[in-house]
Each structure stands twice: as C-alpha cells, then as structure tokens.
Design a binder for this molecule. Structure first.
Ligand code: FPP
Ligand code: MG
Length: 283
C-alpha cells in the first residue's frame, strides 16, 4: 500500500468530519500502533502479515488525519527495545521498513503534491546502513514540504532521546544556569515538532513504553482496546471527540504553564549539523 492513499471516505464519514470540525481539532496526534502480532494470531496469519496490515492502517489513518485537518502525526514504528525481539522478527520489520521507504522515493510526486514532509526521530546509528540510507534520502527529499508532517519514530526511546539531548548540551560550552527546558527540547530528536495534543495507544495495553515522555506533559492520552490493524475511522472519531471534551481543561493547564518565563533558547548550529549528517547517510 502507498503512503498517500486515495480518499475512500463515504459521505457519512465526511459529514462526521464536518461535525467534529465545529470543535477544536488537534494539531498533532501521536500513535503507539500496538497489537499487530495479536491481530496476526487472531487471524491465523504470520507476524509479517500482521505488521504489513499495521502499515496499511497507518496509511489509512494518515488520510483521516489529513481530512480532519490534523497537521502533524508521530508514530512509534520501532522502539530500541524491539531490537530484543527474535532475529527473524527484527529482520521482518527492517524488511518492511526498507520496502516502505523505497516506496517513498517512488512516490515523490504524490508526496510533493500533498505537501507531505516525512521526518525521522530516533537513533539513526542503530539502524542498518541500507535502511538508514533510504530513510535519510526520504527525509531530505521531503524536507521542504510543509502541509502535513509525519514523524516516524524508528530506533527510538525517550530515555535515549533525553540522554542524547544531554550529551549534545554537555559538548557545548554553556554554563549550568544557561540550560533550560527550551534548550533541552531544542536538542531532542523531535525538536522540529510541536508537542502532541493527543497520544493514542491501541491494543488495550496501558503503558507509555518510553514514547515521547518529555513531550506529553499536557497531552490527552487515550488508551483503546482495539488492535492496531482493526483501528477504524469510528475509533478515530471517538478519539477526536474525547479530545474535544478535555480541551478546555487542557487549555487551562497549558495557559498557566505557558505563563512561566521561557528562554526560547536553541543550540547554535545543531540543525545544520543534523542536516549534514543526513546528507552523509543518504550518500
Ligand atoms: C506493535 O505491535 C507494532 C510494532 C512493534 C511495529 C509497528 C510497525 C508498523 C505498524 C509498520 C510501520 C512501518 C513503517 C515503515 C512506518 P506488536 O508487534 O507489539 O504486537 P503485539 O502487541 O500484539 O505483540
Ligand atoms: Mg505490543
């Protein structure tokens, strides 16, 4: 399946979208796409099929997000912890990612037409060279698109992201009192993203699994029992509705925290360094 799927929504889905659009719409949704293997065993198919259906569901979800007006999506595609799975399963997931990233390069025109920018958050040093090359090429190819943003967390954990941010700061000549939360955020893999308004985890597991722990300080967290490949547009609408019900309270917390003085600091030259590194990986 393609990353940019054709609009397959029925008139009544569109009607629902228009009703929901009367309320606040999240700018950024993060997904923990959990339950692919349980789906596979329920359907009596192998794990690889479960993960492929998981990818297809992601592509469909991106369409729903675009139609709903959600600008940014972040997905947990592969955690550093996932390297501990069997060699066969890790290889299956790497193969799937290779195939899908190769597809991004083929779908260049479609991605540009739709203004889709694909970014990666994670520790690229841990990713096999050939996959890393395709990922870097895809990121560079779409970097100037600015209508919708997809952040793929690959070889990612929050603890690794925070550790990496601290290491970056430690190599600078800043004094301790110059370090604030803005500076730490600017050194995260996700520094180009706004914080998520909603975090959705499928499959009934009630855990964060080391995902975006720094970023979700005022995020509406939704745990849903459905397995990721079974996640439907109605589950999606229910999540948006739940967010709208919590919106006022979230606004109040956000406003009071945002009143605190902010440094707005960033690490000089970090963006350029990251871009150069991507160009090396892509070559
Ligand atoms: C969690 O289900 C899912 C994953 C570890 C992989 C998610 C990956 C995809 C949906 C494909 C995305 C690919 C790209 C290139 C973006 P699980 O394996 O933990 O299943 P379980 O909870 O039932 O055991
Ligand atoms: Mg799981």
């Amino acid at each position: 399946m393609s990353w940019v799927v054709e609009n397959s929504l029925a008139w009544y889905h569109k009607l629902f979208i228009n009703i929901l659009k009367c309320g606040p719409i999240p700018r950024h949704i993060a997904f923990i796409m959990d339950g692919n293997r349980r789906y596979a065993s329920k359907q009596n198919v192998n794990k690889a099929v479960g993960h492929t259906r998981g990818f297809d569901k992601l592509a469909e979800t991106l369409l729903w997000c675009r139609e709903m007006g959600v600008r940014e999506v972040t997905v947990y595609a592969f955690s550093i912890e996932n390297f501990k799975r069997s060699e066969e399963e890790v290889e299956t997931l790497m193969q799937l990612a290779k195939e899908k990233y190769a597809k991004i390069l083929e779908e260049k025109d479609k991605l540009h037409e739709n203004g889709v920018c694909i970014r990666v958050i994670g520790n690229l040093n841990l990713i096999p060279k050939d996959l890393r090359k395709s990922i870097a090429q895809a990121v560079l190819m779409t970097k100037n698109n600015n209508k919708s943003f997809l952040n793929v967390a690959f070889a990612y954990t929050s603890r690794d992201e925070i550790t990496n941010s601290m290491q970056t700061i430690a190599t600078s000549d800043l004094d301790a009192e110059e370090i604030d939360s803005d500076l730490i955020s600017s050194c995260m893999y996700s520094s180009e993203s706004e914080r998520p308004d909603i975090l959705i985890r499928s499959s009934g597991e009630v855990r964060f699994s080391d995902f975006l722990l720094w970023q979700i300080w005022n995020t509406n967290v939704i745990f849903t029992d459905v397995l990721w490949p079974d996640f439907s547009v109605w589950h999606f609408f229910a999540c948006i509705f739940q967010y709208q019900r919590c919106y006022k309270n979230m606004q109040l917390v956000g406003e009071s925290l945002e009143k605190e003085p902010k440094g707005g600091k960033t690490m000089a030259g970090l963006e350029e360094r990251r871009l150069k590194q991507l160009e090396i990986y892509a070559s």
